[in-house]
Design a protein around this ligand. Structure first.
Ligand SMILES: [Zn+2]
Length: 696
């Protein structure tokens, strides 16, 4: 048995514990280093799978294992399910670990938590606290004599793992799909079964037939128990077997049987000649014909003469193959001839009943801190993502603040709810968002650009703007692959610790900037609680249900953006130098040459202002009277500065600017170009020597 040493809090005391080469040394360490707690590796490492029954942490059934329907799982109930010999460990909290043999039927299962609110699965790459650890107790059976996964559990979990596929709009041909069932019935009839019927939507692999109670077409014995079922072995292998242990499974190897499995994952797109290949919980891989042939080279079938033939070449010339005119990303109302690359959100697979038991306070608390109290727009944004996936959000949320404030926990939450296929996160925007083979917006609903840098964003400004805003025209250019066009429905979130992460123009209609509140900064206790909260499927579902229940019909996505002070700071930092100078001159360092008139308007010779500007904008190499004049003119036009604030005139001695300091200051306030409040500092008479002194 391969085991690992654990700390008191059940976390591994060694790294790399998933890797085969360390199993031996970690096992030795766990036995000798004095750790009382140890973990038993699940999955291939020990050939075991564990069903982990969790107790209720609160409510009337606290301390008991109870499902959504109120069924209590205690030891007698578990022995009923797993059999008298099952190896069962009682956990510290009063829950149970039921260990089973990892047989071919269940090898592909992944680790899952919170199934129906009480059940976790520990499979490949997982571990459970061992039965002889302090607080744990072996209450039945022997770990060296494990029993198989009972049908009841197999059907329960397998049904769940298949559910997602039946729900997709692609009409996947297998088990749940009517068409797939018809093919399967034919295949089984050819194997000697009669009156085959798949009747159970909860256990789609079981079938009814005339042979129950009679001679088995597979092993020619007589089985009186239960039913027959089909299951998948290694990729491309479909088996049929009676539930009796004495029955021998038979491989269904006809071309149609292999095709049934193959086409559940693969089809051809006729306009681009791309072959999308799907996998569980993965984004479809879009293959060329050459790659497809290589990938499925070891798939075989048996022809009528029982000769073994290569499958893929036969399929390529099969005129009745699964095919579509083209493909796109269409969350709602996908036309029949379009292969839909949209696969839904992960959280939609969780039973809505569970959501009623979940809570969402930790998320709201975190969001409140990250938005510094301005949560409304951010919540609306998330509602749009989850409630209307067919609509592209055309604005972008920026979270600005130092590390450790919880930005990562926030985006991790969205990843968990959305699932890996539709969520894209990168720390390398230059390559993943703007690069030649950038894939960030390809078949995603949310792009998160972490630690986003102004350098990269400024350089790619117009590309970034169109990725955030434009739905059409995303041309995807993948390495070694035919390019294809796809609808871009992704929202965009940026996290950054740079004050000016993107360029914000005066007419910006895209960005929302939140300065994160450091309330939870490096608060390990809060974040541990938060991640425990996030693990629970009932909480995930509750958050999803909360978001999609919100009404966003009246939201104006551009106008309703909160003008946070972080936003104004960022926007003002992006102002042209001439505007920044004007603000500085009016508010901080007002120096005049001659006294104002009665209305408070000062007259300045243009060359004088030009010199002040040149002193301020030291980065600009050469400011001539002409270029200064053009900048002033452009600024007045762009920002519609009223005449009585600032106006140009010409007299016999050249160009003169008339500037009313009080009015201009009020205007700067209205435009939020200045954050100065109260009285202006006193104006001073300029004492600099000036070449035009004689003139004015
Ligand atoms: Zn049999």
């Amino acid at each position: 048995m391969n085991i690992i040493p654990l700390s008191q809090d059940k976390t591994p005391r060694v790294g790399n514990w998933r890797q085969d080469q360390y199993h031996e040394s970690h096992t030795a360490m766990a036995k000798t280093d004095g750790s009382e707690m140890y973990g038993v590796l699940t999955g291939e490492a020990n050939g075991i799978i564990v069903f982990d029954y969790d107790t209720k942490k609160e409510g009337e059934n606290v301390g008991k294992v109870v499902d959504v329907d109120g069924t209590v799982y205690d030891l007698p109930k578990l022995l009923n399910i797993y059999g008298e010999d099952a190896y069962i460990v009682k956990t510290r909290s009063g829950g149970f670990h039921a260990y089973c043999v990892l047989d071919d039927r269940v090898k592909q299962w992944r680790n899952r938590a919170g199934i129906h609110g009480y059940l976790d699965i520990r499979a490949e790459g997982g571990y459970v606290v061992g039965g002889n650890s302090p607080g744990y107790e072996v209450v039945n059976g022997d770990i060296n004599k494990l029993t198989p996964v009972p049908d009841e559990m197999y059907n329960l979990i397998h049904g769940l793992q298949r559910e997602k596929r039946r729900n997709t709009s692609r009409g996947r041909a297998m088990k749940g799909g009517e068409q797939g069932n018809k093919v399967l019935v034919n295949i089984l009839t050819n194997e000697g079964f009669s009156n085959v019927a798949f009747r159970w939507s909860t256990s789609p692999y079981n079938f009814d037939c005339d042979q129950i109670g009679g001679e088995c077409p597979l092993c020619h014995k007589t089985h009186d128990n239960n039913k027959f079922f089909v299951y998948e072995g290694n990729p491309g292998e479909l088996f049929v077997k009676n539930h009796s242990e004495r029955c021998e499974a038979k491989l269904l190897a006809s071309y149609d049987a292999v095709k049934l499995l193959f086409e559940r994952d693969v089809c051809r797109i006729n306009d681009s000649l791309i072959y999308p290949c799907e996998g569980d919980g993965e984004k479809a891989i879009l293959r060329s014909k050459k790659d497809l042939v290589e990938r499925y080279a070891e798939w075989f079938y048996k022809d009528e003469k029982d000769e073994t033939k290569s499958f893929i070449y036969q399929w390529l010339v099969d005129i009745r193959k699964r095919q579509f005119t083209h493909m796109d990303y269409i969350p709602k109302d996908c036309p029949k001839d379009v292969y839909n690359l949209w696969s839904g959100y992960a959280v939609e697979d969780i039973d809505p009943k569970l959501g009623k038991q979940g809570e969402i306070t930790p998320f709201l608390d975190l969001l409140e801190a990250l938005t510094c109290g301005e949560t409304e727009y951010a919540l609306n944004y998330l509602t749009l993502l989850f409630k209307n996936p067919e609509i592209k959000p055309r604005t972008c949320l920026i979270f600005y603040g130092s590390e450790g404030t919880g930005k990562g926990r926030f985006t991790e939450t969205l990843r968990v709810l959305m699932g890996n296929t539709v969520f894209f996160e990168t720390n390398n925007a230059a390559e993943d968002i703007f690069g030649q083979f950038a894939s960030a917006y390809d078949r995603t609903k949310l792009v998160v650009s972490n630690e986003s840098e102004s350098k990269t964003n400024f350089k790619n400004l117009s590309r970034f703007k169109s990725l955030i805003t434009d739905e059409t025209g995303l041309k995807v250019n993948r390495k070694y692959q035919n390019p294809y066009g796809i609808t871009n429905l992704a929202g965009t979130i940026i996290t950054t610790n740079e004050k000016v992460a993107v360029y914000l123009g005066q007419n910006d209609r895209r960005f929302v900037v939140y300065k994160t509140n450091p309330k939870y900064s490096n608060d390990q206790e809060f974040f541990k609680m938060y991640m425990d909260w996030l693990k629970c499927e009932s909480n995930q579902r509750a958050l999803y249900d909360f978001l999609i229940s919100r009404d966003i019909q009246r939201v104006d996505w551009v106008r309703d953006r909160p003008l946070t002070s972080a936003y104004l700071d960022m926007r003002n930092s992006c102002l042209p130098q001439i505007v920044k100078w004007l603000e500085y001159f009016v508010v901080e360092d007002f120096k005049y040459r001659s006294h104002p008139d009665r209305s408070g308007t000062y007259a300045f010779k243009s060359a004088y202002l030009r010199q002040l500007y040149a002193d301020y904008a030291t980065g600009e190499t050469r400011v001539t009277d002409a270029s200064f004049g053009r900048m002033m003119k452009k600024m007045i036009e762009e920002h519609r500065i009223p005449d009585d604030c600032l106006r140009k005139d010409r007299n016999e001695r050249g160009i003169v600017w008339f500037l009313n300091r009080e009015l201009l200051f009020r205007w700067l306030r209205v435009m939020r170009f200045t954050d100065h409040e109260g009285e202006l500092p006193a104006a001073r008479q300029s004492d600099i020597a000036f070449q035009y002194d004689a003139d004015m």
